[in-house]
Design a protein. Sequence first.
Length: 219
Amino acid sequence: MNEVQHVTISLAGSAIDVFADGDQHWISLTSMSTAVNKPDNSALRFFNGKSPELSQAKELSALQFRNFRHGKFKTLVKCCPLGVAKFYWKYLQRKGDIPADALMLALAEESIERRVNGTLGIHQTEAQYEEQTTKNRETIKKALKLVSQIELMLQDDSVTSDQVKTATAEKEQLVQQLDPEELSEYLDSTIKVWEQSRKEREKSQPVGFQQFNNWISSL
């Protein structure tokens, strides 16, 4: 009988507990939750729900659970198959959760980069991949926050040209760091709509301008 092995990996800056039993890998439900800044029992609540993502997990994966004892005090750790974690994060992503969205996008980018590097014979260590993916995740978080804030501002009746310039400058800085074409195009189109909305409303004295500047400064 194979001995169960436990490893803690760093995934885009988050600690993930994984148990290996033969060729099967199991991920801690608590790790799944904390990886996206959610309470420890968030993933468990997901599995007790009725979301489309849970239905997909049941259809496409062997949805089962196992308990492993870990640590000095043999703490019981509830786990599910490693491949199931993406359905929980996908659920949060659909709900507009920025930490989950950033994690999924950063991991997708790393996966593509690994394939390209392998094809070209470029070697990078795991530490290098982790450092780059963690940095990308944080950059994506900032970009998603900016997109979210712009969309909220579109619902406001008072948007000035100064606000448009501020958001445009911040967008350019983020795109230079991340360089994703789709994000750049989306932000460009969003800001154009925003500016057109401002012109149509013809508001000269905004409210909320200082709040917007405070938010930009906090990024």
